[in-house]
Structures are given as structure tokens and as C-alpha cells.
Design a protein around this ligand. Structure first.
Ligand code: SAM
Length: 240
């Protein structure tokens, strides 16, 4: 349960160094303008060369992470998963992929964190930190009384808007038509999001990866099931 979940008080308290060791700043690489206050933080959390920019909410067994890694080698990509054993499986998967590819930096840019994304997202990410959020085949929670457990909702969409930078994209895919309509309805109704037109959606390389490389996407493929995709752009905030 959430009692065992650990999460930082604020994003600057989060230590990412064990997730992305290849992206830790060495002392001589620390920004020259680092203020003395920052160096106090450095003592507890190691400074990173860059922030996480892409997240996969409910990443499951990590198929999307592994496929995205070589397609965005310059971005830090994090999977968030609530199940302990599944998280550990993905962490081990990443460790062995790194070990099998020692000569390249590939797979150094992906990590997996155990978290309940319905509760602690703003503890991990600053405002406007992210450029992409993937929500792939989320649990459908069919019954009406379970809808509050859905990962797309009025409240959660505001958190996604907070952590996404303007121009950033929420990617959604599901095989459950009712859930697809729910996600479209809730994201379109949110003032911070607009739906991305079909042509632009289909031209996006990440959409191809999301359709074919997630474990659920593969399962749906085997069963000849449908895949409903919708993308939403984070708009600029209104000045008023
Ligand atoms: N995205 C993967 C895929 O497409 O293959 C996995 C889809 S699976 C149906 C949904 C995943 O979301 C499960 O692994 C589940 O444990 C995880 N999950 C559900 N609620 C979550 C939450 N609040 N925070 C993080 N992960 C969650």
C-alpha cells in the first residue's frame, strides 16, 4: 500500500543518481553559477546533467521504455509503476540491457520508479518539467463506482498540466472504447489541453512505438483487438 511508498518532499529533494548513473554531474561539470544554497542540496542529492523529461505512467513490464530508449537517446525517460515486483522486474531488465551494451550509452537514459502516480506526481516533477507523458492501456475500472480510480480525471489532468511544459504532449492508448471516450472527454474539457489532429498523431514516431512495443499493445495485437489512440497538447497558460 501507499504506506510503504517513499517520495521526496519536493522535486529538488529527489535523488535520481541511482536511476541514471551515466547522467550524474561530476564535480568539475557542475554549473559554474551554482549558488552556495544549491551546494547544500548537492550534499544529499547528487546533481544531474539533466532532468527527467518523459514519463510512462503505469509502465508495466517496461516494453515502451526499452523501445523509446534508442529513439530519444538524449532524453531521460522514467517509467512509474505501482506494483513492487513489476517495478523490480523492470529495474533488473534495464540493468541487464545496460550490461549487454557496455560500449554504448543506450539504455542509460531509462529508469523505473515505484510510485502511485495518482498521489505524488508533483513531489517528483517541477512545474513544466516534462515534454511527454505516456498513458498506455491504463486499467479500465469498468464499474461506475470505480471510475474515480481511473488515471485520467479532472484532478489528475490538472497535475499532468502542471508538470508538462507548454507544447508538451499526453499520449493515450487503450483497447477499451468506453475508456478511450472517457479520456478524450476529460482531456478535451480541460482548459490546458487541446486534442492533436489525426494526421499529426499518425506522423508521430512515438505513436508507432506505443502501438507495437507495449506489452498490452502486443497482447491486443495477438487477439486482433482494437487500439484507440488520442494525443493532447499542453497549451500556453492564459495570461489572465
Ligand atoms: N502500460 C503498460 C502496457 O501498456 O503494457 C501496462 C498496462 S497495465 C494494464 C496497467 C499498469 O498500470 C499496471 O502495471 C498497474 O500496476 C499500473 N498502475 C495502476 N495504477 C497505477 C498508479 N496509480 N500508479 C502507478 N502505476 C499504476
Amino acid at each position: 500500500s501507499d504506506h510503504q511508498l517513499t517520495y521526496p518532499r519536493t522535486p529538488i529533494d529527489m535523488d535520481w543518481s541511482t536511476f541514471f548513473p551515466a547522467f550524474v554531474c561530476h564535480q568539475d561539470q557542475e554549473p559554474a553559477d551554482a549558488k552556495s544554497q544549491d551546494s547544500i542540496a548537492v550534499m544529499s542529492t547528487k546533481k544531474m546533467k539533466q532532468d527527467v523529461e518523459v514519463i510512462d505512467i503505469g509502465c508495466g513490464f517496461g516494453g515502451l521504455l526499452v523501445a523509446l530508449a534508442p529513439s530519444m537517446p538524449e532524453k531521460l525517460i522514467l517509467g512509474l509503476e505501482i506494483r513492487t515486483q513489476v517495478t523490480e522486474f523492470v529495474q533488473e531488465r534495464i540493468r541487464s540491457l545496460r550490461a549487454q551494451n557496455p560500449e554504448t550509452n543506450v539504455y542509460q537514459n531509462i529508469g523505473c520508479l515505484r510510485a502511485n502516480t495518482m498521489k505524488f506526481l508533483p513531489n517528483f516533477f517541477k512545474k513544466s518539467q516534462l515534454s511527454k507523458i505516456f498513458i498506455c492501456f491504463p486499467d479500465p475500472h469498468f464499474k461506475a463506482r470505480k471510475h474515480k480510480a481511473r488515471i485520467v480525471s479532472v484532478t489528475l489532468n490538472s497535475e499532468y498540466a502542471y508538470v508538462l511544459k507548454p507544447g508538451g504532449i499526453v499520449y493515450t492508448i487503450t483497447d477499451v472504447e468506453d475508456l478511450h471516450e472517457w479520456m478524450v472527454h476529460h482531456l478535451e474539457a480541460h482548459p490546458s489541453f487541446e486534442r492533436i489532429p489525426f494526421e499529426e498523431q499518425e506522423a508521430d514516431e512515438c505513436v508507432k512505438i506505443m502501438r507495437t512495443e507495449t506489452e498490452e499493445g502486443k497482447k491486443v495485437e495477438r487477439n486482433n483487438g482494437p487500439k484507440f489512440v488520442a494525443l493532447f497538447r499542453r497549451l500556453e497558460d492564459n495570461p489572465w
